[in-house]
Design a protein around this ligand. Structure first.
Ligand code: THU
Length: 137
């Protein structure tokens, strides 16, 4: 069974795939699906800056492409490329909204700190009073 600790390790591993020639900031994500599979993502930057995509969305979009829409948790790790993670890294607002499309307010995010440690925060904590498909019915 995939534990949060293991998921954080996979997010740290995913950082090594990051393409960050502009910011030098490498982010990795590991998304656990309800069926037990894991999708990893990294940030991928672009010379035009705007097309840059975050690690979290790469993981979500890979999973959705494969037909997965039920998610159990997401680990995220960020820090200077080539260096170990030292502090907590909060996912950006766009990624929080993308998660909200598929995840409830109790969805857990495991935010990596130094030495494999992490903090757990719910999506509801990170994105309070959020807009979702439920608001369109
Ligand atoms: N980044 C992510 O991958 N995830 C986030 O939630 C915020 C920021 C990336 C984008 C860019 O490549 C670098 O971090 C600096 O903003």
């Amino acid at each position: 069974m995939m534990t949060p600790e293991m998921l954080v390790k996979l997010a740290l591993e995913a950082r090594e795939h990051a393409y960050t020639p502009y910011s030098g900031f490498a982010v990795g994500a590991a998304l656990l699906c309800a069926d037990g599979t894991v999708y990893q993502g990294c940030n991928i930057e672009n010379a035009a800056f705007g097309p840059t995509i975050c690690a979290e969305r790469v993981a979500v979009f890979k999973a959705v492409y494969d037909g997965k829409r039920d998610f159990a948790g997401l680990a995220v790790a960020g820090g200077r490329a080539g260096e170990a993670v030292t502090g907590l890294f909060p996912p950006c607002g766009v990624c929080r909204q993308v998660l909200r499309e598929f995840c409830g307010l109790d969805f857990p995010l495991y935010l990596a700190k130094e030495n494999g440690a992490f903090e757990t925060h719910s999506l509801g904590e990170l994105l309070p009073f959020s807009f979702s498909n439920a608001d369109m019915s």
